[in-house]
Design a protein around this ligand. Sequence first.
Ligand code: AMP
Length: 284
Amino acid sequence: MKIIRSRQELNEYLQLEREAGHSVGLVPTMGALHPGHITLIDRSVSENDTTICSLFVNPTQFNNEGDLTNYPRQEEEDFGMLRAASCDAVLVPEAAEVYPKGEDPGIHAIDFGFLETIMEGKHRPGHFRGVGIIISIFFEWVQPNRSYYGEKDYQQLMVIQELNRRKNYGVDVIGCTTVRESDGLAMSSRNLRLTPEQRPHASLIYQCLKDASERSGKDSIETIYASVAEVFSSDEVMDLEYFEVADADSLKPISDWSEASRWVACTAAFAGEVRLIDNMVLNP
Ligand code: AMP
């Protein structure tokens, strides 16, 4: 596996791949890889001649300094997992090259409008602006044929599809199923920060989504919200930030099942300082 740390090395690598007529798959990550990330790599390896995984803890998408500082970093372990998954190259750029001094990252930003005003957009102001910035930069650097994202970050996937459309990148943006632990907790790099005491409580998020899925189309959305609020208020570890049912195609919130044909529930909750998100399409 080629380890690429600069744009120059990336260009040299890409030139050889392009000359060989190879298709390129890009999997952007922030590292601290787990089997959820590896399913994206597997899919890219199976659909492209060469797969590049980026590892970059992107400062412009963090709205909370502590979250950025505490974000797990484990480069050598990540390289080992990527090699085992037959990833062809890993891009580990320096922040100083991604964001050159004196250049406003905002030149890459686009306004996602409504998508930035709800759920993750509302609770993490500036987050999707930062995601849009970094994905624009990587799409421009790599010009991949395909790029892979987890449905775990449902709203992010919609934001990237919108970015791709609006900036006309022509990348095939592909969503991949959420990989879960045996108790249903969505795999996440942030799970590493859960204490052994907190960890069992975190599966509450999945239980609420599953329950909402079983009751969808039958019980009212309002009663589902009430049950979720009740379940969280009686748990001594987990704090609910939001739980919302929306149109799965537009993410517009709905208050009645008849308002959309596909429904998604999206949620964020805290276990202590650790913020976890998850979602489920209720009528897949
Ligand atoms: P991150 O490193 O958290 O930015 O995630 C990098 C990519 O992996 C994103 O597209 C995520 O949606 C995806 N991802 C993270 N966790 C999972 C999971 N449990 N299942 C599938 N994809 C995931």
